[in-house]
Structure formats: structure tokens, C-alpha cells
Design a protein around this ligand. Sequence first.
Ligand code: PMP
Length: 452
Amino acid sequence: MKDSNFLKEMNARSVWHPMAHPADSHANPPTIVTGASGVRIKDVDGHEVVDGVGGLWNVNLGFSCQPIKDAIAAQLDALPYYSIFRGTTNDKVIQLSEELRTFFEPDGLTRAFYTSGGSDSVETALRLARQYHKIRGDTGRVKFLSLKKGYHGTHMGGASVNGNANFRTQYEPLLPGCYHIPAPYTYRNPFNETDPQRLAQLCLQALEDEIAFQGAGTIAAMIMEPILGAGGVIPPHPSFMPGVRDICTRNGILLIADEVITAFGRTGSWSGSRHWGVQPDFMCTAKAITNGYFPFGAVMIAEQVAETFEQDASGKAAIGHGYTYSGHPVGAAAALACLAETQRLNVPENATARGEQLHQGLLALQAKHDAIGDVRGGHGLMCAMELVSDRETKSPIDKKTIATVQEVAYHNGAMVRVSGPNIILSPPLVLTREDALVILDALDAGLAAITG
Ligand code: PMP
């Protein structure tokens, strides 16, 4: 292995990183990760830390999940690739679909359409939602609604429903007909409302108002994350998602749950929709479906929507959409092994316990460090703290200072993620109590470094 400075130079010379300025790699070279085991990652200099990010919200079972590795190896020998476009399928994808059907039955979702990742899953759901209305002759329903601060991936459709200007502005014009509703974000919202339940009601009213303004008959679907993830881990009041479901149902609008982060246990429930007692019409999944070991995703489809497609005799339900890697046999084998292991370990239980520990730990840090403006969590293993330069005015912290917190935390034993003014924690769901303490102590050191 070449020396780490040389690798960093080569990286800066030849790699463009997602979600980063291309010049950043020179000024702030990224950590070069060369290995991982359990819940720890190792860098090129031999430094080993607890991964508080869980890969990218996907490595729910840690980096040493032998059954998934074995399944991938065996499938590469048996059938490394074949497409499931019309005319062919494979045994693993059939088996997986039956398993997913059972797994998601309580969510009312009974069919699967396969993708290569989260952005593909979002794109698929948006397209199928439009097609659903066309099949039914409701051809005016083409618009989409979503939440401000929502993140729905990087394809043009997904970017159009994204609720963060950073992912939109440089790529405009985006898809016409996409409108955004205020998010139930208690710390900052246009209503200056600090009570989560009243805020949920105000956001629901804003949704009703937007539907009335656009005309219900023009809207195909509302897409939302059950708990906003990349936008800063923003859990809504429990009344919010059921309220959205109710408004969508009353207005003939499909509800797409973007569960690319929340499906498979992260919230402490088997899905984010189930966490709030809601049945969506489509559910976008990816990430933890293969524990991050293979790029793969699935859009789960509600029985009622599936029947509309399947009972169509006009030909309009023919699906003009799909990916070379839809139903990839190696991805399907990985997902099958991952689903079995996820259930065997009953990961929501530990996600709830460790999530509570981290949430309480962050609240304790907030009492100690003025830079923490807001702490969010309490729903499984997804927590965040929002940093400010002044608690009174809530002025967001600057980029350099938050980067210092991250860097010092890393040198004290934990990788954490920075997203805007937020430090986000989404560690593997198999985290132990001791691992969680390492993360909290590392953050304590990081915060101490900026307050002196
Ligand atoms: N939807 C949500 C809610 C996500 O968090 C993400 C990724 N973080 C995506 C979609 C896009 O997934 P991918 O990066 O796998 O394309």
C-alpha cells in the first residue's frame, strides 16, 4: 500500500466525490477507509473507529455479516447475472419476493419492483404513481407533493421532489408540477410553533391548502419520509403521517413512503410507516435491504394499486420502466440472507434500546455544550444534534467549526456524519452499549474542542 499522503494526492487528482465540491479533496482530503469489521472501520493509517454512520444508513448488521457474504459468493457461482425483463426471471428473485410479501404484509404491500438503489426506487414509485392514474383514466393527475427538507435521491424526478435547495438549484429546471409543504420541524418552522402536535396540525393544514390550490384532480402522489433523514433526522409528531394518509385518501392522491432509510428496523419498528400505523400505496426501499453489501432496492406496492395494474385490459398497465439490474440475482441472494439475519437478530429491539441511550446521551451533552441548539431522536437508531453559534438567535454553526467537531470526534474513536448544521448518528443496529458510549465520548471531545 502506498503512503497515505500519496493516496490522498491521487484521490484529489482523479476522483470526484458525491455531495462535495471537486476542489475540496485538495484542501480537506477525505479519510481513506481500507477495512471494516463488526461496527468498526479502519483507515489507511491504521486508525480504527466505531462507525456512527452505519456506512450511509445502510450497514444495519455491521461489516462482518457472514451469511450475506456467503450468499453473495454462492450466487456468483450459481448465476452471477441474468435479467428479469419480460421473458426471464430467476429463482432468487422469486424467493425474495415471497419473503418480502410476508415481511411487508402488515404494511399492506404485496408486490415488489426491483431497482439498483434508493434514487431508482423513488423514480420508479413516481412513475408508477402517474401510470396508476392513467390506467384508471384519471389522466389529469400528474403533479407531486413532498415535504421541505425531504431527501429523495438524485435522479431528476427525485431531485424535483427534494426539499433542499442544495440538491436542486444547480440542476434546474427540474420536473414541472412539484410542490413542497412545510415540514413538521419543531426547532425551526415558518409558523414559529414550538408544540409538535400543533405544528403537525399546521403542516397538515398547509397540505390541505396546497391541494385545494392546485386542485386535487391534478395531483398524482405525495411522497414523504416517515422520519426525515438526510434533512437532519426530524421525527414528526405521531399524528402527522396518519394525517397525511387521511388527506391523501380523501383526495384520491397516492401516498409514497420513501423508506430508503427507515425500512428494515432503523426506527425501532420494521418499517417507518408501521411505526406511525400507516399503510402507504408505495414504499421505496434500498440501503439496508442488502446491508449495503450490494447495490439493490425494491419498491413495494399496495394490493389495491397492484390490482389496478393487473386487471387492466387496455394495455396501459404495461410497465415501460426498469433497470438492467432490476432483480439482480446476486442482489436478491444478498437481500434474502440479509432479511433472514435482520429478523433472526430482531434488530428493532436493539435499535430502540441503543437509540434511547444515544438520544439521552445527546441531551446530556446539550446540557453541557452551548453549541448544541437542538437534539432529535427517540425513534430507533437515528439521532441528530443541530449546532448553533448562538443558542438565543439559533444562528447556524459555520462549516469549519462543525468540521472540527467531526474531526476531533474521529480522532477520539467515532465516525459521525455532518449534514449542514447537523451531526447525524445512524450507526449499525447491532451497536452495543459500549460502542454507543464511545460515540458519545468522542462527540463530547469534539464539542469541547470548539468551546475550549
Ligand atoms: N431516499 C432517501 C430517503 C434517502 O435517504 C436516499 C439516500 N440517502 C435516497 C432516497 C437515495 O438513495 P441512493 O443514494 O441509494 O440512490
